[in-house]
Design a protein around this ligand. Structure first.
Ligand SMILES: [Ca+2]
Ligand SMILES: [Ca+2]
Ligand SMILES: [Ca+2]
Ligand SMILES: [Ca+2]
Length: 244
């Protein structure tokens, strides 16, 4: 088991990114960090090598600096097949030390082979991490998805592409708390929102345009908690040949 200390994660600064490998003989990496309160965004991307990793997060509730039975489990993400993992926790009332655990699952029949991954962490009310959470592919017909965001999952990410000369009208209908949409073209493809990306935010509707007579554009849509717990439905309405 390896432990990596990230120090204090601050609001509105670029995510902390670490490329790590779990070698045979160990099962677990732990990333320790401090915050003075704020939304905690974690992702694991680029999982490769022999096996799969999963993510879980704990808060040092008793403030003794180490992870023990009296601490609070905040959430986990355990997808199969080297798919990205993500956790987005509303931590506005939580401060102090946190422990993010990355655990290896050995794939049966493969044996122990090193598994590598990229771990990202940030403290931002609106997550700046873009893991592949829900993959829609090319939007070639009207598509609807439903989900929920709230204090234990502040952000959902949908990745999709828009063919040339198409226009996709994205509409959000919601029940419960308040949410907003943010559409990102991750131009530098680093799975983070940064200044070189194209970003549009809106509350109930956003338009994703394809290129005029050019290759498809890959977009990421975030459904983000503003307040409370929300059940939502997001629809992607395709209008071909209408980018002008
Ligand atoms: Ca503790
Ligand atoms: Ca996994
Ligand atoms: Ca989510
Ligand atoms: Ca980017």
């Amino acid at each position: 088991m390896a432990t990596y200390s990230l120090g204090e994660i601050k609001n509105s600064v670029p995510p902390i990114v670490q490329q790590r490998t779990i070698n045979p003989g160990t099962q677990l990496d732990t990333f320790e960090f401090l915050t003075s309160g704020g939304n905690i965004n974690l992702s694991i991307t680029n999982i490769s090598g022999g096996g799969n990793v999963n993510l879980s997060l704990f808060h040092d509730a008793n403030g003794n600096g180490s992870l023990d039975q009296n601490d609070t489990f905040l959430g986990s993400s355990g997808r199969n097949n080297q798919l990205d993992e993500s956790l987005n926790i509303n931590g506005s009332t939580l401060q102090g030390k946190f422990f993010a655990r990355v655990s290896k699952q050995v794939v049966f029949g493969v044996g122990e082979i090193p598994v590598s991954y990229k771990f990202s962490a940030s403290l931002n009310s609106f997550s700046d991490l873009l893991p592949e959470e829900n993959t829609l592919g090319t939007i070639s017909q009207d598509t609807t998805r439903s989900g929920a965001v709230g204090d234990l999952d502040t952000t959902d990410v949908y990745s999709f592409s828009v063919n040339q000369n198409d226009l996709i009208r994205i509409k959000l209908s919601k029940q419960g708390g308040n949410t907003r949409l943010r559409l990102i073209e991750d131009r530098n493809q680093n799975q983070q929102v940064d200044s070189s990306d194209r970003v549009i935010a809106g509350f109930n509707q956003i338009v994703a345009r394809g290129r005029f007579n050019g290759p498809a554009i890959n977009y990421l849509l975030q459904v983000q908690q503003v307040s409370g717990e929300t059940n939502y439905q997001v629809t992607f309405d395709r209008s071909p040949f209408s980018t002008t």
